[in-house]
Design a protein around this ligand. Structure first.
Ligand code: CP
Length: 355
């Protein structure tokens, strides 16, 4: 089992206090006597806990700017990344995060491992646990795979993307990027444009953004919007997504937006008959410089990557002055450092005691 660590994060990192993007009131951060041992989605995060992760990411980001990017925080801990699907940003940033914190990081891919010989997920994970993995970071094409591991292993489990279900670390880095620029998320109009139906990024962001008080607008052709959002099933008191707006016209959606998040159009959707042609999608929904003028002048343009430039986003927008897409990648390292720290500090997980 992982060792309980209770030092304040500042002393653990041996650094000076970083300037946080805003001044969240951490007095409301709940103690979690049972600790947060797994990060599976954002549905069970409180707003205060999300703020706590962001505040810790601020501290971690300061380490990223040092000449020597190495602190002993997780020395002696083993992080195994287990990726059954392709990834650049998430896998590399977890590896970098673990190494900066001095953990031993071992990368296992489905290809080239005994998965190719038919080994089950359960047996693969038990094998990795038997090697004393403290954390298993898993990406899997099947929704629920990380939850299965969390139920069956002693190791901490972090969901790095499961099927169409959730991508909580992506959503946290997206929230952190918005918070860093705007100082708050509450009240901002955040427009998510694209393949909502199949997007785990959109699902986790829906939890995170609504919990933090954003006014979320989902924009897509009706065939790429979850049926639950098209019918009236959300219109019941207390539904977590009751305030989310649906808009099939991108110009209307973008009016007055504070943040525009374009999603990757998964090219197989056209083959599945959900889109007439990619060209038509691009013409109707692509984020172009002209469309962006409908948003607020200080709008932030985001994309989780990888991008299909020229389809869901114009290259001029993707690399333009309003784009924070590369910053999202850097923030991803800081957020994942904060999350590795969180799950290995079970008694303090989520409470982030800054002096
Ligand atoms: N955003 C994201 O998950 O990117 P990767 O697939 O490259 O990890």
């Amino acid at each position: 089992m992982t060792q309980v660590r209770s030092e304040p994060i500042q002393s653990v990192l041996g650094g000076r206090r970083a300037v946080v993007a805003s001044s969240p009131d951490l007095s409301e951060v709940p103690e979690r006597p049972e600790g947060r041992r797994h990060i599976l989605d954002l549905d069970d995060f409180s707003p205060a806990e999300i703020l706590g992760v962001m505040q810790n990411a601020d501290v971690m980001k300061e380490v990223l700017h040092r000449d020597i990017k190495k602190v002993p925080t997780l020395r002696g801990k083993t992080v195994i990344t287990l990726f059954y699907e392709a990834s650049t940003r998430t896998r590399v940033s977890f590896e970098q995060a673990g190494k900066i914190l001095s953990a031993d990081v071992i990368n296992v891919a489905g290809d080239g491992s005994s998965v190719e010989k038919g080994e089950s997920l359960h047996n693969t994970a038990l094998t990795l646990q038997a090697m004393n993995a403290d954390i298993i970071v898993i990406r899997h094409p099947h929704s629920g795979a990380p939850h299965f591991l969390a139920r069956n292993l002693d190791s901490c489990v972090i969901n790095a993307g499961d099927g169409q279900h959730a991508h909580p670390t992506q959503a946290l880095l997206d929230l952190y990027t918005i918070q860093s620029h705007r100082g708050q998320i509450d009240g901002l109009k955040v427009v998510i444009v694209g393949d909502i139906l199949y997007s785990r990024v959109a699902r986790s962001n829906l939890w995170g953004l609504t919990k933090m008080g954003a006014q979320v607008v989902l924009c897509a052709p009706p065939t790429l919007i979850p049926p639950d959002f098209l019918n009236s099933s959300r219109q019941v008191e207390g539904h977590p997504f009751a305030s989310v707006q649906i808009e099939t016209n991108v110009e209307r959606a973008l009016e007055g937006a504070d943040v525009v998040m374009a999603l990757r159009l998964q090219l197989e959707r056209q083959r599945a008959g959900r889109l007439p042609t990619l060209r038509e999608y691009s013409r109707m929904y692509g984020i172009t410089p002209k469309r962006l003028e409908l948003a607020k002048p200080e709008v932030l343009v985001m994309h989780p990557g990888p991008m299909n430039e020229g389809i869901e986003i114009d290259p001029e927008v993707a690399h333009g002055a309003r784009s924070v897409i590369e910053e999202q990648v850097t923030n991803g390292v800081a957020i994942r450092m904060a999350l590795l720290y969180t799950v290995l500090t079970p008694r303090r997980g989520g409470s982030f005691p800054l002096p």
